[in-house]
Design a protein. Structure first.
Length: 141
């Protein structure tokens, strides 16, 4: 197995960390939204309830997840991270496109579960990378 280049490894690890945090924040946002919907405008955070903001956030998280997880799979050839994240991405996209026309409960469940699955995929990808990382002379960790 070819050792990854230090800058590439650093970028890949950062992308997974950002993706994990973004996915968890998305899941928390979606789970809490039905309960705090009335408070957001009072707190000056009304934009967090806007569907356009949510769609943009999901598209960013999806692009980051695909980039990071596919790069990780190419490196370690272990599919678990992708097997977790791909259904999560599907749930997120269904949740912000089709399900938002129905009940807020369905929308919240879909995007919360999707965000948690994507976060789990990022976490597994990061742990798999660390488990396979070999320390050598060119290592920066």
């Amino acid at each position: 197995m070819e050792a990854p280049q230090p800058n590439k490894t650093r970028w890949w690890s950062l992308a997974d960390r950002v993706g994990t945090v973004a996915s968890f924040l998305c899941a928390i946002h979606c789970a809490a939204l039905p309960f705090v919907l009335a408070l957001l405008p009072v707190l000056g955070l009304g934009f967090l309830a806007d569907h356009a903001f949510e769609r943009g956030f999901v598209m960013f998280a999806s692009a980051l997840a695909l980039f990071s997880l596919i790069s990780g799979y190419r490196h370690h050839h272990r599919p678990l991270a992708l097997l977790l994240a791909l259904p999560g991405l599907a749930l997120l996209i269904i949740g912000v496109t089709f399900a938002e026309k129905y009940s807020i409960g369905l929308h919240s469940v879909l995007v919360t579960c999707g965000g948690l699955l994507v976060a789990a995929g990022h976490f597994v990808n990061l742990r798999t990378h660390r488990a396979l990382h070999v320390h050598g002379p060119q290592c920066v960790h």
